[in-house]
Design a protein around this ligand. Structure first.
Ligand SMILES: Cc1cc2nc3c(=O)[nH]c(=O)nc-3n(C[C@H](O)[C@H](O)[C@H](O)COP(=O)(O)OP(=O)(O)OC[C@H]3O[C@@H](n4cnc5c(N)ncnc54)[C@H](O)[C@@H]3O)c2cc1C
Length: 267
C-alpha cells in the first residue's frame, strides 16, 4: 500500500468539501473493492474519506410506490429488510446472493453501483427496475447512469447518496455465480413494471445492458414460452479464462428463462 491519510467524514457536506479541495482523495464506503485495490498498489489516493457511517446515507424507507435506500446501506441490511422483502423481494434476494457473509456485512449499495463492475449484481436491479440514482448534485435515471466497464455518469466530486426503486408488479433475479467469488458469470433481472417489461443483464458483457428483444417478447406474452427461439448474440460479450462469449450468451438465455419461470410457475 502507498501511504495516505484517513478521515471519517462527519457529514455529507464535509465529505463534499474535502473532495472538492483534494482531487486525489477517494471515498471509502464498504472498502470491499477499494481496500484490495490499495493493497495491490493499483491506486494511490492522497486520502480516504470514510462515508460509511453517515446517517444521511443510510437506511431503507417505504415511500408507497417506491423504496428508497441510502448509498451506505450494507448488502446484509438490504437482504434482511422487511420493507425490501415485502415490496421488492427480487432485490432482497439479489442482495442475499452477493459474495459471502463478510462481503455482505461490509459492502454497500452505493459503493457497488458507483464502482460499476460489469460482473456486480446491483446494476441489474438498478437498470432492471428503472431506478433513480440520487447524488450530492442531482438525480440520474438508471438508463443514463451506466456508461460501460467501471464507468458511470458520475462526475469528479459527485457522491451517490441513495436510490429510489419503483415497486414493480413482479420481478425476479437469476444469476449463475462464479464458483469462487460469487460474482455473476451471467445474471438476468426481469421486471414487470408500470412502465413495461425490463430485462437487465450483468456479468456477460463489458457492462450492464438491457436485452430489448427479450423485453419485446415478454411484453407480448409474459411466459417462458415467449422466449423460445430467442437467441442472445455472443458478439460483444466477454470472452476470458472463465467462459467463452458463446457460453455466456447461453447463460443469459437460461438465466432469463429461470427468472421468468420463477414468476410464472412454468418449468
Ligand atoms: C470476495 C468478494 C466477493 C464479491 N462478490 C460479489 C458478488 O457476488 N456480487 C457483487 O455484486 N459484488 C461482489 N463483491 C463486491 C462487493 O459487493 C462490494 O460491495 C463492492 O465491490 C463495492 O462496494 P463497497 O461499499 O465495498 O465500496 P468501496 O470498496 O468502499 O468503494 C468502491 C469504489 O466506489 C467509490 N465509492 C464508494 N461509495 C461511493 C459513493 N457513495 N459515491 C461515489 N463513489 C463511491 C469508492 O471511492 C471506490 O472507488 C465482492 C467483493 C469481494 C471482495
Amino acid at each position: 500500500m502507498y501511504s495516505f491519510t484517513y478521515t471519517r467524514a462527519k457529514s455529507l457536506a464535509e465529505a463534499r468539501a474535502m473532495l472538492a479541495k483534494d482531487h486525489d482523495a477517494k471515498l471509502l464506503s464498504g472498502g470491499m473493492t477499494l481496500i484490495p485495490t490499495l493493497k495491490q498498489r493499483l491506486a494511490s489516493p492522497s486520502q480516504l474519506i470514510d462515508i460509511s457511517r453517515l446517517a444521511e446515507l443510510r437506511g431503507i424507507a417505504d415511500k408507497g410506490d417506491c423504496v428508497e435506500i441510502g448509498a451506505a446501506t450494507r448488502h446484509v441490511e438490504t437482504s434482511r429488510s422487511d420493507v425490501v422483502r415485502q415490496k421488492i423481494p427480487a432485490l432482497a434476494h439479489l442482495a442475499s446472493q452477493i459474495g459471502d457473509p463478510q462481503v455482505r456485512n461490509r459492502g454497500t449499495m452505493g459503493g457497488s453501483v458507483a464502482n460499476n463492475d460489469p460482473v456486480a449484481d446491483y446494476p441489474a436491479a438498478v437498470l432492471g427496475l428503472g431506478a433513480i440514482v440520487k447524488t450530492s448534485q442531482r438525480e440520474i435515471a438508471a438508463d443514463n447512469f451506466f456508461k460501460g466497464m467501471f464507468e458511470t455518469a458520475l462526475e469528479a466530486g459527485e457522491i451517490v447518496t441513495g436510490f429510489s426503486y419503483p415497486v414493480p408488479k413482479r420481478a425476479a433475479y437469476a444469476k449463475f455465480p462464479h464458483p469462487v467469488s460469487g460474482y455473476a458469470m451471467a445474471g438476468s433481472f426481469v421486471a414487470d413494471t408500470g412502465a413495461g417489461i425490463r430485462v437487465a443483464i450483468v456479468g456477460a458483457g463489458p457492462g450492464v445492458f438491457r436485452w430489448k428483444e427479450a423485453e419485446a417478447a415478454l411484453s407480448k406474452s409474459f411466459s417462458v414460452a415467449a422466449l423460445k427461439g430467442l437467441a442472445m448474440p455472443s458478439a460483444g460479450l466477454s470472452n476470458d479464462l472463465h467462459a467463452t462469449a458463446e457460453y455466456r450468451a447461453n447463460l443469459v438465455e437460461v438465466m432469463t428463462r429461470r427468472a421468468v419461470a420463477s414468476l410464472t410457475g412454468e418449468k
